[in-house]
Design a protein around this ligand. Structure first.
Ligand SMILES: Cc1cc2nc3c(=O)[nH]c(=O)nc-3n(C[C@H](O)[C@H](O)[C@H](O)COP(=O)(O)O)c2cc1C
Length: 136
């Protein structure tokens, strides 16, 4: 179930856009956490990110059991950091899947599926007085 989605401000989007590789955290149905890096992903719009599943194992299993995701980004120059949480749809057919598959195949990767990440919460996560504050 997707809760209320939020649009990222240009400031937040810039930090996430430049976070490479991007860490992706999931959890299984018992809450056991798992974090991975992804490099093949893009913004669909200001409230949605697509991530290509080429090698997911625990991540794919977790997203089936518990379709929630968290990411974090940090820009060392601007000293900004944001943490984002949301819900996902995992697709292995349809237009978005075909787009992901083409992207993967252009890099000779399998493109097994695509995660559509709907952004629901944004937190300031830089060190200092505002650390952990929810901003959207
Ligand atoms: C720099 C880097 C980029 C990666 N990019 C992707 C990616 O875009 N898609 C993907 O499926 N796996 C990617 N991986 C592999 C995952 O990080 C991870 O190894 C894989 O999902 C298996 O872990 P899991 O069992 O926790 O899911 C990348 C790994 C690294 C180190």
């Amino acid at each position: 179930m997707v809760n209320n989605m939020v649009k990222l401000t240009p400031e937040v989007k810039e930090v996430i856009q430049n976070q490479n590789p991007l860490p992706i955290a999931t959890a299984d149905k018992n809450g056991k956490p798992n974090v991975i890096f992804v490099g093949m992903w893009k913004f669909i719009d200001d409230e949605t990110i697509m991530i290509v599943d080429n090698f997911f194992k625990k991540t794919a299993n977790n997203l089936k059991e518990n379709p929630k995701l968290s990411i974090v980004g940090y820009n060392g120059e601007s000293k900004k950091s944001y943490q984002i949480k949301g819900s996902v749809d995992y697709l292995d057919k349809g237009d978005r899947f075909e787009e992901a598959k083409s992207l993967a195949e252009s890099k000779k990767l399998p493109g097994k599926g695509v995660v559509i990440f709907h952004i629901e919460e944004v937190y300031d996560s830089v060190y200092g007085p505002h650390a952990g504050e929810q901003i959207a």
